[in-house]
Design a protein around this ligand. Sequence first.
Ligand code: XLS
Ligand code: NI
Ligand code: NI
Length: 437
Amino acid sequence: MSTGFFGKLDTIPFEGPDSTNPLAFRHYDPNEVVAGKRMEDHLRFAVCYWHNFVWPGTDPFGGDTFERPWFPADTMDLARLKADVAFEMFSALGVPFFTFHDHDVRPEGASLRESRDRLNEMADYLEAKMEATGIKLLWGTANLFSNRRYMSGAATNPDPDVFAYAAATVRDCMDVTHRLGGQNYVLWGGREGYETLLNTDLKSELNQLGRFLNLVVEYKHKIGFEGAILVEPKPQEPSKHQYDYDVATVYGFLKAHGLENEVKMNIEQGHAILAGHSFEHELALAAALGIFGSIDMNRNDYQSGWDTDQFPNNVPEMALAYYEVIKAGGFTSGGTNFDAKLRRQSLDPQDLLIAHIGGMDCCARGFKAAAAMAADKALADPVADRYAGWKRPEAAAMIDGSMGLADIADEAHGAGLDPQPRSGRQEALENIVNRYV
Ligand code: XLS
Ligand code: NI
Ligand code: NI
């Protein structure tokens, strides 16, 4: 039985690029085959629970703007109503996956134990809905940042009791993610950082975080969870400085704690921008380091300087991002998660649908452009040509360790080297990209 929240709600149809129906897809046809695979299987869309069904529209200057029948969702009945509405939306959009924090789906209990019991009870409810709709879990995660107990961090808290509390919470949330067949487990360390070095033992906090991550990985193996453990980098907000700053920083951290083969990245467009990178930079770097996992496809406003979590709508940028995903071999356990929220003036239930439809259509356009560019080797050929010199045996010998600095120097002197620069052809390549987008 429908909750009626969205009024009369049908499955969103694909109507093609000429449709003017706001409740139809114009570019995303899940069954369209591109590069030998259905679009649904390429993009692996997921919709997040939190921004859509938990966030009430507050900003630093004002309170709730959204009035939802399940707010404040502080009882199990309201939590179930919220789940009903969430699954109505996931089904209407036809997304194969959703994502959630423990805190999104159950009201916090009066004790750690009650919180766990409520989570398990809600997991039963979600499990039945997943079975009925065929919607799967892309990833689960624990909210280790909203409650005031976490104000000074979770794993990186100066108080070891908070570390233990967070460990229990993550264990319980991993259990539920595992039970629901989650394809990944995410750790985003919003408060794993500091406000001021004046009160912070940086070395201790980094060690705590490294041990915490190792505990998670050990537990994953212990319970036979086959999904990937993903860290989601972000440079700041809410912490002034966050330890999971960006892909490069996290990679160094993983190396230092022996985790580079165990943990991959969930990369968010908005976080890349906050860190002063482009999204495609973060994706390309993760792929190059062998730690690419999944994406949060919500964008930032380029002027605001904080995480605005807007629905994506810049197709040329998205094409470059998906081009990196395709180069990395596409998604395996990962997917395209909309960790995106409405603007707080977009009050209507329909706005939730329209925002996702637009985001999914933009992803489809960006992906198809990227796939065509990849199939034609439009960028791959010029790049291969640019690096062709490295295929020569004497060049390879400089890299593979068979030559030392003196050997290279002697060869260079002997050959009387006089390298001639070649054009990088940036504008020509930009024009090629523009043919596809
Ligand atoms: C916040 C993060 C968060 C994670 C999940 O900025 O993007 O929403 O994706 O905890
Ligand atoms: Ni974010
Ligand atoms: Ni995110």
